[in-house]
Design a protein around this ligand. Structure first.
Ligand code: PHE
Length: 388
Protein backbone atom coordinates (compact mmCIF):
# COMPACT_ATOMS: atom_id res chain seq x y z
CA UNK A 1 0.00 0.00 0.00
CA UNK A 2 2.67 2.46 1.12
CA UNK A 3 4.69 1.54 -1.93
CA UNK A 4 1.71 2.29 -4.15
CA UNK A 5 1.17 5.67 -2.57
CA UNK A 6 4.84 6.44 -3.01
CA UNK A 7 4.65 5.49 -6.70
CA UNK A 8 1.53 7.61 -7.20
CA UNK A 9 3.23 10.50 -5.43
CA UNK A 10 6.29 10.11 -7.59
CA UNK A 11 4.22 10.07 -10.74
CA UNK A 12 2.37 13.15 -9.53
CA UNK A 13 5.66 14.88 -8.82
CA UNK A 14 6.97 14.08 -12.26
CA UNK A 15 3.80 15.45 -13.82
CA UNK A 16 4.03 18.57 -11.74
CA UNK A 17 7.61 19.07 -12.81
CA UNK A 18 6.78 18.52 -16.45
CA UNK A 19 3.83 20.84 -15.98
CA UNK A 20 6.08 23.50 -14.51
CA UNK A 21 8.50 23.03 -17.31
CA UNK A 22 5.72 23.57 -19.77
CA UNK A 23 4.45 26.73 -18.16
CA UNK A 24 7.95 28.05 -18.00
CA UNK A 25 8.56 27.34 -21.65
CA UNK A 26 5.20 28.81 -22.70
CA UNK A 27 5.67 32.02 -20.80
CA UNK A 28 9.26 32.14 -22.02
CA UNK A 29 7.92 30.95 -25.33
CA UNK A 30 7.38 34.40 -26.70
CA UNK A 31 9.46 36.49 -28.98
CA UNK A 32 9.14 40.13 -28.07
CA UNK A 33 9.07 42.58 -30.97
CA UNK A 34 8.97 46.31 -30.34
CA UNK A 35 6.61 48.67 -32.11
CA UNK A 36 7.71 52.31 -32.30
CA UNK A 37 5.00 54.24 -34.13
CA UNK A 38 3.13 57.52 -34.44
CA UNK A 39 0.09 56.45 -32.37
CA UNK A 40 -0.83 59.99 -31.35
CA UNK A 41 0.12 63.50 -32.42
CA UNK A 42 0.31 65.08 -35.87
CA UNK A 43 0.49 61.88 -37.91
CA UNK A 44 -1.48 59.47 -35.72
CA UNK A 45 -3.21 57.68 -38.59
CA UNK A 46 0.23 56.57 -39.84
CA UNK A 47 0.95 54.67 -36.64
CA UNK A 48 -2.54 53.33 -36.14
CA UNK A 49 -2.71 51.82 -39.64
CA UNK A 50 0.79 50.41 -39.31
CA UNK A 51 0.12 48.71 -35.98
CA UNK A 52 -3.13 47.29 -37.35
CA UNK A 53 -1.18 45.78 -40.24
CA UNK A 54 1.44 44.30 -37.92
CA UNK A 55 -1.13 42.83 -35.53
CA UNK A 56 -2.92 41.14 -38.39
CA UNK A 57 0.37 39.62 -39.58
CA UNK A 58 1.28 38.44 -36.06
CA UNK A 59 -2.17 36.94 -35.58
CA UNK A 60 -1.77 34.89 -38.75
CA UNK A 61 1.80 33.86 -37.96
CA UNK A 62 0.91 32.87 -34.39
CA UNK A 63 -2.12 30.88 -35.53
CA UNK A 64 0.27 28.82 -37.66
CA UNK A 65 2.46 28.07 -34.67
CA UNK A 66 4.53 31.24 -34.46
CA UNK A 67 8.24 31.50 -35.20
CA UNK A 68 10.80 28.97 -33.91
CA UNK A 69 7.89 27.41 -32.02
CA UNK A 70 7.25 30.64 -30.13
CA UNK A 71 4.49 33.21 -30.30
CA UNK A 72 5.32 36.69 -31.53
CA UNK A 73 4.40 39.34 -29.00
CA UNK A 74 4.19 43.00 -29.95
CA UNK A 75 5.33 45.48 -27.30
CA UNK A 76 3.92 48.85 -28.27
CA UNK A 77 5.38 52.31 -27.77
CA UNK A 78 3.99 55.64 -28.98
CA UNK A 79 6.46 58.16 -30.41
CA UNK A 80 3.74 60.82 -30.50
CA UNK A 81 4.85 61.80 -34.03
CA UNK A 82 7.97 63.47 -32.59
CA UNK A 83 11.62 62.52 -33.21
CA UNK A 84 12.64 63.14 -29.57
CA UNK A 85 9.88 60.83 -28.37
CA UNK A 86 10.95 58.25 -30.93
CA UNK A 87 14.40 58.06 -29.30
CA UNK A 88 12.72 57.63 -25.91
CA UNK A 89 10.39 54.92 -27.26
CA UNK A 90 13.21 52.98 -28.92
CA UNK A 91 15.32 53.18 -25.76
CA UNK A 92 12.49 51.86 -23.61
CA UNK A 93 11.68 49.02 -26.00
CA UNK A 94 15.28 47.91 -26.37
CA UNK A 95 16.79 48.45 -22.92
CA UNK A 96 13.76 47.83 -20.66
CA UNK A 97 11.43 45.54 -22.56
CA UNK A 98 14.37 43.69 -24.15
CA UNK A 99 12.71 43.28 -27.54
CA UNK A 100 14.70 41.32 -30.12
CA UNK A 101 13.88 43.74 -32.95
CA UNK A 102 11.92 46.95 -33.51
CA UNK A 103 9.34 47.67 -36.19
CA UNK A 104 8.90 51.37 -37.07
CA UNK A 105 8.64 54.21 -37.45
CA UNK A 106 6.73 55.77 -40.35
CA UNK A 107 8.09 59.32 -40.60
CA UNK A 108 11.73 59.36 -41.69
CA UNK A 109 12.63 61.90 -38.99
CA UNK A 110 11.23 59.55 -36.33
CA UNK A 111 13.12 56.51 -37.66
CA UNK A 112 16.30 58.57 -37.98
CA UNK A 113 15.94 59.48 -34.28
CA UNK A 114 15.57 55.82 -33.25
CA UNK A 115 18.42 54.49 -35.43
CA UNK A 116 21.32 55.33 -33.06
CA UNK A 117 19.61 53.38 -30.25
CA UNK A 118 19.32 50.32 -32.49
CA UNK A 119 22.95 50.70 -33.55
CA UNK A 120 24.29 51.07 -30.01
CA UNK A 121 22.41 48.04 -28.75
CA UNK A 122 22.86 45.93 -31.89
CA UNK A 123 19.12 45.37 -32.18
CA UNK A 124 17.68 45.35 -35.73
CA UNK A 125 15.19 48.05 -36.60
CA UNK A 126 12.94 47.67 -39.62
CA UNK A 127 10.91 50.57 -40.94
CA UNK A 128 7.98 49.71 -43.16
CA UNK A 129 7.66 53.12 -44.77
CA UNK A 130 10.46 55.61 -44.03
CA UNK A 131 11.71 56.68 -47.45
CA UNK A 132 14.54 59.15 -46.78
CA UNK A 133 17.91 57.68 -47.91
CA UNK A 134 19.64 58.76 -44.67
CA UNK A 135 17.48 56.37 -42.66
CA UNK A 136 19.63 53.36 -43.61
CA UNK A 137 22.79 54.97 -44.98
CA UNK A 138 24.88 57.47 -43.04
CA UNK A 139 24.99 60.67 -45.04
CA UNK A 140 28.52 61.71 -44.04
CA UNK A 141 30.32 58.40 -44.34
CA UNK A 142 28.15 56.81 -47.02
CA UNK A 143 28.18 53.64 -44.90
CA UNK A 144 25.13 51.48 -44.34
CA UNK A 145 23.76 51.50 -40.80
CA UNK A 146 24.28 47.84 -39.85
CA UNK A 147 21.08 47.38 -37.84
CA UNK A 148 18.66 49.63 -39.78
CA UNK A 149 16.48 48.30 -42.59
CA UNK A 150 13.37 49.18 -44.57
CA UNK A 151 10.95 47.37 -46.89
CA UNK A 152 9.93 50.38 -49.04
CA UNK A 153 11.41 52.34 -51.95
CA UNK A 154 13.35 55.53 -51.25
CA UNK A 155 12.72 59.20 -52.08
CA UNK A 156 15.17 59.58 -54.97
CA UNK A 157 12.90 57.13 -56.81
CA UNK A 158 9.65 58.59 -55.49
CA UNK A 159 10.71 62.17 -56.38
CA UNK A 160 11.69 61.17 -59.87
CA UNK A 161 8.38 59.37 -60.37
CA UNK A 162 6.52 62.49 -59.22
CA UNK A 163 8.48 64.87 -61.47
CA UNK A 164 8.14 62.65 -64.53
CA UNK A 165 4.42 62.26 -63.94
CA UNK A 166 3.87 66.00 -63.58
CA UNK A 167 5.77 66.70 -66.80
CA UNK A 168 4.69 63.79 -68.97
CA UNK A 169 1.12 63.20 -67.84
CA UNK A 170 -0.01 66.58 -66.50
CA UNK A 171 2.03 68.38 -69.18
CA UNK A 172 3.25 70.92 -66.65
CA UNK A 173 6.10 73.22 -67.64
CA UNK A 174 6.39 74.97 -64.30
CA UNK A 175 5.92 73.97 -60.68
CA UNK A 176 5.93 75.63 -57.27
CA UNK A 177 7.15 73.57 -54.31
CA UNK A 178 5.81 73.90 -50.75
CA UNK A 179 8.07 72.20 -48.18
CA UNK A 180 7.72 71.14 -44.53
CA UNK A 181 10.99 72.62 -43.36
CA UNK A 182 11.59 70.40 -40.30
CA UNK A 183 10.89 67.10 -42.01
CA UNK A 184 13.80 65.12 -43.46
CA UNK A 185 11.30 63.40 -45.72
CA UNK A 186 9.82 66.62 -47.09
CA UNK A 187 13.18 68.26 -47.72
CA UNK A 188 14.71 65.22 -49.37
CA UNK A 189 11.73 64.58 -51.58
CA UNK A 190 11.51 68.24 -52.62
CA UNK A 191 15.20 68.24 -53.53
CA UNK A 192 14.87 65.28 -55.87
CA UNK A 193 11.68 66.62 -57.42
CA UNK A 194 13.29 70.00 -58.16
CA UNK A 195 16.43 68.38 -59.61
CA UNK A 196 14.57 66.06 -61.94
CA UNK A 197 12.00 68.67 -62.93
CA UNK A 198 14.73 71.11 -63.93
CA UNK A 199 16.77 68.43 -65.68
CA UNK A 200 13.70 67.62 -67.75
CA UNK A 201 13.53 71.26 -68.82
CA UNK A 202 10.90 72.51 -66.36
CA UNK A 203 10.90 75.74 -64.36
CA UNK A 204 10.51 75.95 -60.59
CA UNK A 205 8.58 79.19 -59.96
CA UNK A 206 9.24 79.29 -56.22
CA UNK A 207 10.14 77.11 -53.23
CA UNK A 208 8.23 78.00 -50.07
CA UNK A 209 8.38 76.52 -46.56
CA UNK A 210 6.07 75.80 -43.63
CA UNK A 211 6.45 74.32 -40.16
CA UNK A 212 4.29 71.23 -39.58
CA UNK A 213 2.22 70.92 -36.39
CA UNK A 214 2.62 74.67 -35.94
CA UNK A 215 1.43 76.49 -39.08
CA UNK A 216 -2.29 76.30 -39.74
CA UNK A 217 -2.82 79.33 -41.95
CA UNK A 218 -1.10 79.02 -45.31
CA UNK A 219 -2.97 81.78 -47.15
CA UNK A 220 -0.19 84.34 -47.27
CA UNK A 221 2.27 81.83 -48.74
CA UNK A 222 -0.35 80.45 -51.11
CA UNK A 223 -1.03 83.98 -52.35
CA UNK A 224 2.67 84.33 -53.06
CA UNK A 225 2.73 80.97 -54.83
CA UNK A 226 -0.30 81.97 -56.88
CA UNK A 227 1.44 85.13 -58.05
CA UNK A 228 4.23 83.02 -59.59
CA UNK A 229 1.62 81.31 -61.79
CA UNK A 230 2.79 77.67 -61.59
CA UNK A 231 1.19 74.91 -63.67
CA UNK A 232 1.19 72.64 -60.58
CA UNK A 233 2.12 72.82 -56.90
CA UNK A 234 4.23 70.00 -55.45
CA UNK A 235 3.60 69.50 -51.71
CA UNK A 236 5.84 66.78 -50.22
CA UNK A 237 4.20 66.86 -46.78
CA UNK A 238 1.97 64.84 -44.46
CA UNK A 239 -1.83 64.75 -44.59
CA UNK A 240 -2.58 67.27 -41.79
CA UNK A 241 -0.91 70.20 -43.50
CA UNK A 242 -1.62 68.95 -47.03
CA UNK A 243 -5.33 68.88 -46.13
CA UNK A 244 -5.31 72.45 -44.87
CA UNK A 245 -3.18 73.68 -47.78
CA UNK A 246 -5.50 72.05 -50.35
CA UNK A 247 -8.56 73.56 -48.73
CA UNK A 248 -7.09 77.05 -48.42
CA UNK A 249 -5.69 76.96 -51.96
CA UNK A 250 -9.08 76.08 -53.44
CA UNK A 251 -10.80 78.71 -51.27
CA UNK A 252 -8.67 81.40 -52.91
CA UNK A 253 -9.29 80.06 -56.39
CA UNK A 254 -5.93 78.37 -56.77
CA UNK A 255 -7.17 75.41 -58.80
CA UNK A 256 -4.03 74.00 -60.45
CA UNK A 257 -3.20 70.32 -59.83
CA UNK A 258 -1.69 69.62 -56.42
CA UNK A 259 0.81 66.76 -56.34
CA UNK A 260 2.53 64.96 -53.48
CA UNK A 261 4.14 61.80 -52.18
CA UNK A 262 3.25 58.91 -49.88
CA UNK A 263 2.83 61.27 -46.92
CA UNK A 264 -0.63 62.14 -48.24
CA UNK A 265 -1.90 58.65 -47.53
CA UNK A 266 -4.45 58.96 -44.73
CA UNK A 267 -8.17 58.57 -44.30
CA UNK A 268 -7.99 61.91 -42.49
CA UNK A 269 -6.86 63.81 -45.61
CA UNK A 270 -10.35 64.05 -47.07
CA UNK A 271 -11.80 64.82 -43.62
CA UNK A 272 -9.51 67.84 -43.34
CA UNK A 273 -9.62 69.13 -46.91
CA UNK A 274 -13.11 68.06 -47.98
CA UNK A 275 -13.78 66.11 -51.17
CA UNK A 276 -14.10 69.13 -53.41
CA UNK A 277 -10.69 70.61 -52.64
CA UNK A 278 -8.99 67.31 -53.41
CA UNK A 279 -10.24 66.98 -56.95
CA UNK A 280 -7.40 67.46 -59.42
CA UNK A 281 -4.79 66.18 -56.97
CA UNK A 282 -2.38 63.27 -57.36
CA UNK A 283 0.14 61.49 -55.19
CA UNK A 284 2.79 58.81 -55.40
CA UNK A 285 2.27 55.79 -53.16
CA UNK A 286 3.64 52.32 -52.47
CA UNK A 287 0.57 50.28 -53.38
CA UNK A 288 -2.96 50.79 -54.59
CA UNK A 289 -5.35 49.08 -52.22
CA UNK A 290 -7.68 48.22 -55.11
CA UNK A 291 -4.89 46.17 -56.73
CA UNK A 292 -6.15 42.56 -57.05
CA UNK A 293 -2.83 41.42 -55.56
CA UNK A 294 -3.88 42.74 -52.14
CA UNK A 295 -7.55 41.73 -52.29
CA UNK A 296 -7.35 38.97 -49.68
CA UNK A 297 -5.51 41.21 -47.27
CA UNK A 298 -8.02 44.04 -47.75
CA UNK A 299 -10.89 41.67 -46.94
CA UNK A 300 -9.20 40.28 -43.83
CA UNK A 301 -8.30 43.77 -42.67
CA UNK A 302 -11.85 45.01 -43.09
CA UNK A 303 -13.15 42.02 -41.15
CA UNK A 304 -10.70 42.66 -38.35
CA UNK A 305 -10.92 46.45 -38.06
CA UNK A 306 -14.10 47.48 -39.84
CA UNK A 307 -12.24 50.01 -41.98
CA UNK A 308 -10.29 50.09 -45.23
CA UNK A 309 -6.54 49.61 -45.06
CA UNK A 310 -4.15 52.17 -46.54
CA UNK A 311 -0.66 51.60 -47.97
CA UNK A 312 0.82 51.98 -44.49
CA UNK A 313 -1.12 48.96 -43.26
CA UNK A 314 0.05 46.92 -46.25
CA UNK A 315 3.71 47.85 -45.83
CA UNK A 316 3.63 47.27 -42.07
CA UNK A 317 2.06 43.85 -42.65
CA UNK A 318 4.90 43.15 -45.09
CA UNK A 319 7.54 44.37 -42.63
CA UNK A 320 6.15 42.09 -39.91
CA UNK A 321 6.28 39.10 -42.24
CA UNK A 322 9.77 39.92 -43.47
CA UNK A 323 10.99 40.18 -39.88
CA UNK A 324 9.33 36.90 -38.91
CA UNK A 325 10.96 35.23 -41.91
CA UNK A 326 14.36 36.64 -40.91
CA UNK A 327 14.03 35.34 -37.35
CA UNK A 328 13.10 31.94 -38.71
CA UNK A 329 16.12 31.92 -41.00
CA UNK A 330 18.35 33.15 -38.17
CA UNK A 331 17.13 30.20 -36.10
CA UNK A 332 17.73 32.40 -33.10
CA UNK A 333 16.71 35.76 -31.67
CA UNK A 334 20.25 37.10 -31.46
CA UNK A 335 20.42 40.61 -32.95
CA UNK A 336 23.40 39.88 -35.16
CA UNK A 337 21.86 36.75 -36.57
CA UNK A 338 18.56 38.51 -37.33
CA UNK A 339 20.49 41.36 -38.95
CA UNK A 340 22.35 38.94 -41.22
CA UNK A 341 19.11 37.18 -42.15
CA UNK A 342 17.51 40.54 -43.01
CA UNK A 343 20.48 41.34 -45.23
CA UNK A 344 19.81 38.11 -47.07
CA UNK A 345 16.08 38.61 -47.69
CA UNK A 346 15.65 37.72 -51.35
CA UNK A 347 12.54 37.62 -53.54
CA UNK A 348 10.30 37.66 -50.50
CA UNK A 349 6.71 37.49 -51.69
CA UNK A 350 5.37 40.62 -50.00
CA UNK A 351 1.94 42.14 -50.68
CA UNK A 352 3.63 45.29 -51.90
CA UNK A 353 5.73 43.33 -54.37
CA UNK A 354 8.74 41.01 -54.46
CA UNK A 355 11.17 42.26 -51.85
CA UNK A 356 14.94 41.79 -51.90
CA UNK A 357 17.07 43.77 -49.49
CA UNK A 358 20.34 45.15 -50.83
CA UNK A 359 23.03 44.39 -48.22
CA UNK A 360 24.94 47.56 -49.19
CA UNK A 361 22.04 49.96 -48.57
CA UNK A 362 19.45 47.89 -46.67
CA UNK A 363 16.86 49.10 -49.20
CA UNK A 364 14.70 46.99 -51.47
CA UNK A 365 13.91 48.06 -55.03
CA UNK A 366 10.16 48.34 -55.53
CA UNK A 367 7.58 49.79 -57.87
CA UNK A 368 5.46 52.88 -57.16
CA UNK A 369 1.91 53.82 -58.05
CA UNK A 370 0.29 57.14 -58.86
CA UNK A 371 -3.13 57.74 -57.37
CA UNK A 372 -5.61 60.42 -58.34
CA UNK A 373 -8.02 61.63 -55.69
CA UNK A 374 -11.50 61.89 -57.19
CA UNK A 375 -14.52 62.80 -55.06
CA UNK A 376 -12.63 61.76 -51.96
CA UNK A 377 -11.50 58.38 -53.30
CA UNK A 378 -8.01 57.29 -54.29
CA UNK A 379 -8.14 56.08 -57.88
CA UNK A 380 -5.29 54.05 -59.30
CA UNK A 381 -3.71 55.74 -62.34
CA UNK A 382 -0.39 54.10 -63.15
CA UNK A 383 2.25 51.79 -61.81
CA UNK A 384 5.88 52.71 -62.31
CA UNK A 385 8.50 49.97 -62.30
CA UNK A 386 11.94 50.87 -61.06
CA UNK A 387 14.92 50.87 -63.37
CA UNK A 388 16.86 47.72 -62.65
N1 PHE B 1 7.66 58.07 -46.51
C1 PHE B 1 7.29 58.91 -45.40
C2 PHE B 1 8.55 59.31 -44.67
O1 PHE B 1 9.57 58.75 -44.88
C3 PHE B 1 6.32 58.24 -44.47
C4 PHE B 1 5.05 57.72 -45.07
C5 PHE B 1 5.02 56.57 -45.83
C6 PHE B 1 3.87 58.35 -44.86
C7 PHE B 1 3.85 56.06 -46.38
C8 PHE B 1 2.68 57.87 -45.41
C9 PHE B 1 2.69 56.73 -46.19
O2 PHE B 1 8.56 60.18 -43.86
Amino acid sequence: MKKRIAVVLMILMVFTLVGCGQTASTSGGEIKIGSNFEMSGASATFGQSSVNGIKLAFKEINAKGGVLGKQLKLIEADNKSEPGESTVAATKLITQDKVVAVLGSVASSDTLAAAPVAMENKIPLLSPTSTNPKVTVDKDTGKVKDYVFRVCFIDPFQGEVAANFVQNELKAKSAAVFIDQKSDYSQGLAEVFVDVFKKNGGTITTQEKYVAAQDKDFKATLTKIKSTNPDVIFIPGYYQEVGLIAKQARDMGLNVPLVGGDGWDSSDLVKIAGKEALNNTYFVNHVATDDPAVKGFVENYKKEYNQDPDALAVLAYDAANVLADAIKTAGDTNGDKIKTALENIKDFNALSGKTSIDPKTHNPIKSAVILEIKDGKNIFKTKIEPKK
